[in-house]
Design a binder for this molecule. Structure first.
Ligand code: MRU
Length: 357
């Protein structure tokens, strides 16, 4: 494992990269060490990629999908070299390994399905075509985020302050970000205040979002998760903007634990609630949020180190996502358009628009 400097894209206001492909390796920024240490791990095997996802080195729904796509490339390099005649059968085990890394973010399964579909039709050395496909998933994600950024910023016209939750920026995506992409675009248009909630227990808000925005000169103010209701009551924010890990066909949205509480609180205070996500985050096969698997992680992640003593009698429940019903969402912003007041009919209209090209 080597530490290397962050590659800076030429464009300003988006200077962080969660992962990139270089000379037959996937380089993954170890987000567990941020903001103190910038360290990229070299993933040379599909197992290393699956482990990086499961252990939260790389996290955020779109970034997980992109990492998995590159993981398939690494798998193909090894499987084709070992057995050119039977690699297509052998690689199924690797696709399963990646699929088991985390359960909620549907972008993971979307990316694997896309790569699997391509594998069926390949003949000869599969690596160039698979690498091209993984790169396309990566660059398409950035383009989608930029489009969402503009569409979401249109909705914010007149807003002076927003609150966001978790990390949905370049660290969570191919680049630019979903909810944070909207905030980036709105900042360029003069948006005043950005508040970020700390996002216990992994602290994606305080360790990642505030740091990422600082890299790009966008001032953000951290608040404790428990300060959200008081913040809304103070009148300083007109919108809550979040990303998504999986959106059901009726618009119900699974996102970082605490999102549901923010949506309930926002409705009470007359604050608008926006979800920004690429269409790769929509799971059309799942009718409603009730069908979404919610990841539960090791309770020790939730416990204060004080409670981790041998004689500790504290137990904990650690669901890391929750589902916000569509009825509490004012707008779902995708790269294919905005769904206002999402529900089965308006989501179907989005799907028709996508299918119609
Ligand atoms: O557990 P994480 O850090 O992977 O959770 C990430 C989130 O919940 C994000 O809000 C979501 O993936 C949207 S990211 C663009």
């Amino acid at each position: 494992m080597t530490a290397i400097p962050i590659p800076h894209p030429t464009e300003s206001k988006d200077s962080v990269r969660a992962l990139y492909w270089q000379e037959g390796l996937l380089r993954v920024l170890d987000q567990r060490q941020l903001p103190g240490t910038l360290h990229y791990d070299d993933c040379a095997t599909v197992g290393a990629v699956a482990e990086a996802i499961a252990t939260m080195r790389v996290r955020g729904a779109p970034a997980i999908g992109i990492a998995a796509a590159y993981g398939v490339v690494l798998a193909a390099i090894a499987r084709y070299a070992a057995a050119p005649a039977t690699w297509k059968t052998a690689i199924e085990t690797d696709l399963d390994t990646l699929a088991r890394s985390r359960p909620t973010a549907v972008n993971l399964f979307w990316a694997l399905e896309r790569m699997r579909g391509l594998i069926q039709g390949l003949a000869g050395d599969p690596v160039p075509a698979l690498l091209e496909a993984a790169r396309a998933i990566h660059t398409d994600d950035v383009a989608a985020n930029r489009r969402m950024g503009e569409l979401g910023a249109d909705l914010l016209a007149g807003a002076t302050g927003v609150l966001t939750h978790c990390n949905t920026g370049s660290l969570a995506t191919g680049g630019y970000g979903t909810a944070l992409g909207v905030i980036r675009s709105a900042h360029r248009r003069g948006l005043g205040k950005v508040f970020a909630s700390e996002t216990r227990p992994w602290l994606q808000g305080s360790r990642l979002t505030v740091w990422e925005l600082e890299q790009d000169g966008i001032p953000a103010r951290l608040v404790a998760d428990s300060a959200a209701a008081y913040l809304m009551k103070s009148g300083q924010v007109q919108w809550v903007i979040v990303g998504a890990d999986r959106i059901a066909a009726n618009g119900d949205t699974a996102n970082k634990i605490g999102t549901y509480a923010l949506a309930v609180t926002a409705r009470h205070h007359g604050v608008k609630f926006m979800v920004a996500a690429p269409v790769s985050t929509i799971d059309w096969r799942t009718e409603s949020g009730a069908g979404i698997e919610i990841e539960e992680r090791d309770p020790r992640e939730l416990l204060n180190p004080y409670f981790l003593r041998e004689d500790s009698i504290i137990s904990a429940w650690n669901p890391v996502f929750d589902v916000t019903p569509a009825s509490l969402i004012d707008a779902i912003v995708t790269e294919h358009g905005v769904v206002l007041n999402p529900g089965p009919a308006s989501m179907r209209a989005l799907r028709d628009a996508i299918d119609g090209g």
